[in-house]
Design a protein around this ligand. Structure first.
Ligand SMILES: CC(C)(COP(=O)(O)OP(=O)(O)OC[C@H]1O[C@@H](n2cnc3c(N)ncnc32)[C@H](O)[C@@H]1OP(=O)(O)O)[C@@H](O)C(=O)NCCC(=O)NCCS
Length: 175
């Protein structure tokens, strides 16, 4: 896995330019408005269903196992957020930090709610929480097959780094 190249297509502007949720989602006054909130341990099944519906690979016997996610939720390094519409989880992100950098992991929006600004709102919410603790760099790793995700991140202001190659050392293939 490595960072993928490509030209940045710019950002959405500064915080002052951020629209309200309803505007961002292009919804009418009567349409449901998503609520961004902290994920809870009892969201695990809905989270997995969302990853599956969203076509996002995950590691059920490794770092995405129920006990791992439940243990990390609410942890000092975790910014695990969900987006609800009418009580259903329609988007989620597992933000983390290592004290130096913030990381966007497992970002997903349900197919029916895509291209409405929800993915950006979830990333913005992680960034805002990172800023509060003094972390000013937010990063993500995107697998080379995931061109939609690359386009999304570039669109919201992230820059690709062709010069980086991802290395890892694993206890086993599941982690
Ligand atoms: C990637 C993902 C989270 C984006 O969520 P989303 O709610 O549709 O994104 P937003 O509506 O906030 O999009 C923000 C901007 O990115 C653009 N964008 C989003 N997906 C895009 C795509 N596939 N191709 C090109 N641009 C895209 C939007 O058009 C928007 O730009 P605009 O404001 O100029 O119109 C969603 O497509 C998804 O869940 N994908 C499957 C899971 C996945 O791959 N996650 C990432 C793992 S690294």
């Amino acid at each position: 896995m490595e960072f993928r190249g490509g030209r940045s297509r710019g950002s959405h502007g500064g915080p002052c330019a951020r629209p309200t949720i309803g505007y961002a989602l292009g919804m009418s006054d009567r349409a449901p408005t998503p609520t961004i909130r902290e994920l809870r341990a009892d969201d695990y099944d809905a989270l997995v269903a969302l990853w599956e519906a969203g076509g996002l690979p995950y590691r059920p016997r490794g770092r995405d196992a129920r006990e791992r996610i439940e243990r990390e939720i609410g942890g000092a390094c975790s910014i695990f957020l969900g987006a609800d519409v009418d009580g259903s989880l329609v988007g989620a992100v597992l933000g983390t930090h290592d004290g130096r950098k913030g990381w966007i992991n497992r970002l997903v929006v349900a197919p029916a709610y895509r291209r409405l600004g929800l993915g950006k709102r979830l990333v913005d919410a992680v960034e805002e929480r990172l800023e509060r603790i003094g972390i000013e760099i937010v990063t993500c790793l995107i697998e080379s097959w995931n061109e939609g995700s690359m386009a999304f991140f570039e669109r919201i202001g992230f820059l690709p780094h062709d010069e980086c190659t991802y290395y890892s050392k694993r206890k086993n293939a599941d982690v």
